[in-house]
Design a protein around this ligand. Structure first.
Ligand code: NAI
Ligand code: MG
Length: 498
């Protein structure tokens, strides 16, 4: 369903077309090169801001500032100090939440229905890490050496973190990277995605207001091939925390080799979502649909390989297609919109490319499959929820991450037939299982090689529950106790007491 209304052009104090500087060492500065790039609204093409375009020199300045901050008074901050800063930041984000979530909508297109529903996720994360700040501790460990030795461990911050994030949820992604940095006592140079840098910059302002000392949080917008690559290769960076495509993940691992910096990677997926005939079908239809259509499919763990048991395949696929066709597509500022635009012309080209490819491969688009250009939709990068039927496991639309609202629906016979096929992907991020049979659910939960298994739900997330990948979906975990460990070194201390 296309929304007919034309949205008025919105006034937003932080997206008023003006110039935005980058944050280095507590100062708002221009790029050394003087270069700037534009940030535009993908629903309308409207100019939101021009932004300082960071490059190697600026990354170098920011890493130097982050190093100085890491070794300065920040290194003597107490866990309680850092907890108070995180709580203050959470309060400020709470106070400014509507402004921040609307900024996400303007900059990358996701509907306000979605961005405004992220409040609990975002505040929950900041307050979870605030709690973590005072919970970091080593252990005393008995040893078996002859003589008397006392051994214990210290947990220390790894140092300067380079955080590189994508555009698909800028507010949540920024908070996910900054939270553990502040809790652990690290410092960070964050490079937002060139497609949507504004929310991260605004969060930089709030971080300063919350009392984050100069140089502890630096935000350097710029392109991946320049600023991003410089950050990944910089010898002054101790750890890179990356979220994005597996191809960029691979180049980050290569770039990290120079100083063997620590790397964590949250990459893409082609997650299986599996529907058995014994499932609660009325719940599984919207569940399976929104597992892909949410955020226009621009979610790393989207359940894009929809496996449906043969005897309900036709009916189920038809219901998912009808559900998708009824979702309201339009400008994300419209409170009724469920499906906003894709983020960029590049993503539009990529997704429509897969529309063509799916047909060439012999799949059938039962709904969607063409760009939307009716009325005001022509101004943005809109595509409809799309369901491909007659998909075979070896088709490219069944193997490659499309990052658009595209379901590839594949029939299966029974559990044994399914198991091997569900895992036949280079990725392993998310997965879904819809069944009323508890044994089947547990059996699949063990057998699926992915970082998350959602049973009778999809995309449930919580700051206390680890999230991350198997195989080419990356390594390291975000959220949960394990997340903080990624930002800590363990030091063993030995004392001869005899
Ligand atoms: P990308 O992986 O190229 O970009 C993500 C971030 O990495 C951005 O900040 C970008 O500037 C930076 N980057 C790019 N090249 C870099 C390099 N050589 N060194 C260091 N940093 C670099 O993803 P992009 O181009 O935005 O989207 C392409 C495809 O990647 C999407 O269609 C989707 O399939 C996948 N993707 C997956 C995401 C996920 O959450 N798993 C997020 C974004 C994209
Ligand atoms: Mg890219």
């Amino acid at each position: 369903m296309e929304s007919a209304s034309t949205m008025p052009s919105v006034r937003h104090a932080y997206a008023d077309g003006s110039f935005k500087r980058m944050l280095i060492d507590g100062q708002w500065v221009e790029a050394r090169s003087g270069k700037q790039f534009e940030s535009r609204n993908p629903a309308t093409g409207e100019l939101l801001a021009t932004v300082a375009e960071g490059d190697k020199d600026d990354i170098d300045r920011a890493v130097t500032a982050a190093r100085k901050a890491f070794e300065g008074p920040w290194s003597r901050s107490t866990p309680y100090d850092r907890q108070q800063i995180l709580l203050k930041l959470a309060d400020l984000v709470d106070q400014h939440f509507d402004e921040l979530s609307t900024l996400d909508t303007l900059d990358m297109g996701a509907p306000v229905k979605r961005t405004s529903a992220m409040r609990l996720r975002v505040l929950g994360m900041l307050r979870y890490y605030a709690g973590q700040a005072t919970s970091i501790h080593g252990e005393t460990i008995p040893n078996s050496l002859p003589g008397e030795y006392f051994s214990y461990t210290l947990k220390e911050p790894v140092g300067v973190v380079g955080a590189i994030i994508p555009w698909n949820a800028p507010l949540a992604a920024t908070v996910w990277k900054i939270g553990p940095v502040l809790a652990s006592g690290c410092t960070v140079v964050l490079k937002p995605a060139e497609e949507a840098p504004l929310t991260s910059l605004r969060l930089g302002e709030l971080a300063l207001e919350a009392g984050v000392p100069p140089g502890v949080v630096n935000v350097v917008p710029g392109y991946g091939e320049t600023a991003g690559a410089a950050l990944a290769a910089h010898p002054g960076v101790d750890k890179v925390a990356f979220t994005g495509s597996h191809l960029t993940g691979q180049s980050i691992v290569r770039a990290s080799a120079g100083n063997l910096k620590r790397v964590s990677l949250e990459l893409g997926g082609k997650s299986p979502d599996i529907v058995f005939s014994d499932a609660d079908i009325d719940a599984a239809v919207p569940g399976a649909a929104m597992a892909v259509f949410a955020n226009s499919g621009q979610i790393c763990s989207a359940g894009t390989r929809l496996f449906v048991e043969q005897r309900i395949y036709d009916e189920f696929v038809d219901r998912v297609a009808r559900f998708g066709a009824d979702l309201r597509v339009g400008n994300g500022l419209d409170p009724e919109t469920v499906i906003g635009p894709l983020v960029s012309a590049q993503q539009l080209e990529r997704v429509t490319g897969y529309f063509g490819l799916g047909r060439e491969e012999g799949a059938k688009a039962v709904t969607g499959g063409e760009r939307l250009t009716g009325g005001s939709l022509a101004e943005g990068y809109f595509v409809p929820p799309t369901v491909f039927a007659n998909v075979r496991d070896d088709m490219r639309i069944a193997q490659e991450e499309i990052f658009g609202p595209v379901i590839s629906a594949i029939p299966f016979k029974d559990v044994d037939d399914l198991l091997q096929r569900a895992n036949a992907t280079m990725f392993g991020l998310g997965s879904g299982v819809w069944t009323r049979d508890v044994s089947k659910a547990h059996r699949l939960a063990r057998a699926i090689r992915a970082g998350s298994v959602w049973v009778n739900c999809y995309q449930a997330m919580d700051p206390a529950v680890p999230f991350g990948g198997y195989k080419m979906s990356g390594y390291g975990r975000e959220s949960g106790l394990q997340h903080l460990e990624e930002y800590l070194n363990v030091k063993a201390v030995w004392i001869k007491t005899a």
